[in-house]
Design a protein around this ligand. Structure first.
Ligand code: GDP
Ligand code: IMO
Ligand code: MG
Length: 425
């Protein structure tokens, strides 16, 4: 049976998924996103050009590749319109190659307002969301109240919109949130809502599909399909550091529900991680560094959010967390990113366990919390050499240490942001 491959992040997002999907796309006919929304920011660099994608799959820069936004994704028409127009200006016409699932849910302007109101109400306990309306939209999806892409063409779309908007405004009022103060991408709510409806109209020129049939029939016809994850496994709504997570299943299981593909149709699972760790937003991060080494990782790695511009928290590689993520998704091939960021380091540390309640463990505790968990580190000599054609021996030793711990081979090592800066092992 022809199977679909998956590429997903194994840490807290921003592992470099965009770069790798773009680099792998020549091997695929279709790239499909299966969850998340414009909270994602996937960077692709080549020939001195830089693109950051939020809703559109990262296969879009490869001519001929079809890009599907699957049913598990949530879409803000204003943001998607801007993204398509930006690509169009750069010479990429998506009218034949971008397809959007009828069943994908819409992020309404009031979903974004609710995201802001919820975060404000949480105060110190806020999640540090991207404020794109992700939580409220997935909440409405599971509460069976949401609006979907396929609803756009229906006669009662505006009625449904107004009905949902009114119920949101009531909830926002209950939170004592001042809508007059709200700015969405620099706009007042009224201006944003107008731009949102322009986005809705704009999207009508694109093909809305039943993506479950489209993907399964493409697989039956022998087409090669890659599912592109967003966020990272440690932000998964079930297995991440709840409640400091996103609102979707970002692990491989999310592909089955987010594209309508059965488990026996899953082939390779590429799991991607940085040679260290980063996190944006609040929540536990056991190996976080607050010293000059953390700052060095941030500066060398340009660790500032692709969606929000926020500085990313930085720390050492966390192997128990990596192994957990590999287990959850059945990762077959590991890909290590950004080893170049530590090229000058004399030594590198990796967490191989935690001290938790006075005991050592290799499992992530249910009540993971930075205050009560202390990482147990192994120190490894740095490689102090760049990758030039081949991997330096000491970097090989670092790679083998990770492979031995996790039990899955590292097949691909990335040593720079450009699509060509990779070595296959
Ligand atoms: P994504 O969300 O997983 O697609 O990752 P982001 O695009 O948010 O963040 C990854 C950042 O690292 C981007 O700025 C990439 O251009 C950059 N990048 C990717 N791979 C490498 C690498 O191997 N080395 C370096 N130095 N930068 C990389
Ligand atoms: P990519 O696909 C890094 C984080 C937010 C916040 C939490 C919940 O680029 O790797 P949300 O807006 O989803 O409700 O925020 O999840 N987050 C990400 N962190 N990369 C991402 O996407 C993220 N998407 C969401 O910072 O902590
Ligand atoms: Mg990102």
């Amino acid at each position: 049976m022809n199977k679909l491959d998956i590429l997903l992040g194994l840490q807290w997002g921003d592992e470099g998924k965009g770069k790798v999907v773009d680099a792998l796309t020549p091997n695929y006919d279709i790239v499909a996103r299966f969850q998340g929304g414009p909270n994602a920011g996937h960077t692709i660099k080549f020939e001195g050009k830089k693109f950051v994608l939020h809703n559109i799959p990262s296969g879009v820069l490869t001519p001929g590749c079809v890009n599907v936004i699957g049913n598990g994704v949530i879409i803000d028409p204003y943001i998607l319109k801007g993204e398509i127009e930006g690509l169009c200006e750069a010479g990429f016409d998506l009218r034949q190659t971008l397809k959007i699932a009828n069943r994908a849910h819409l992020i309404l302007p009031t979903h974004r307002a609710m995201d802001a109101a919820n975060e404000k109400a949480l105060g110190k306990m806020k999640v540090g969301t991207t404020l794109k309306g992700i939580g409220p939209t997935y909440t409405d999806k599971t509460a069976r109240k949401g609006l979907r892409i396929g609803d756009i063409g229906l006669a009662d779309f505006c009625d449904k919109y107004n009905h949902l908007k009114e119920s949101h405004l009531q909830q926002i009022k209950n939170l004592d949130f001042d809508m007059d103060e709200l700015r969405l991408d620099g706009m007042t709510f009224a201006d944003y809502e107008k731009a949102w409806f322009e986005g809705v109209e704009y999207l009508k020129q694109y093909e809305f599909i039943d993506s479950e049939y489209y993907i399964n029939e493409a697989l039956d016809a022998g087409k090669k399909v890659l599912a592109e994850g967003a966020q990272g496994s440690m932000l998964d709504v079930d297995f991440g550091s709840y409640p400091f997570v996103t609102s979707s299943n970002v692990i491989a299981a999310g592909v089955c529900s987010g594209l309508g593909v059965a488990p026996n149709r899953i082939g390779k699972v590429f799991g991607i991680f940085k040679a260290y760790c980063t996190r944006v937003g609040t929540g536990p991060f056991p190996t976080e560094l607050f010293d000059e080494t953390g700052e060095l990782l941030r500066q060398n790695g340009h660790e500032f959010g692709a969606t929000t511009g926020r500085p990313r928290r930085c720390g050492w590689l966390d192997l128990p967390a990596l192994k957990y993520a590999v287990m959850l998704s059945g990762v077959t091939d590991l890909m290590m990113m950004k080893s170049d960021v530590m090229d000058d380091f004399k030594t590198v540390k990796v967490a191989t366990g935690y001290r938790y309640n006075n005991k050592e463990t290799k499992h992530l505790p249910f009540a993971a919390c930075t205050e009560t968990m202390e990482p147990v580190y192994t120190e490894i000599p740095g490689w102090q050499q760049k990758i030039e054609g081949q991997i330096p021996q000491k970097l090989e030793d670092y790679i083998k240490f990770i492979e031995n711990y996790v039990g899955v081979p590292i097949k691909f090592v990335s040593y720079g942001p450009d699509r060509t800066q990779n070595v296959w092992r």
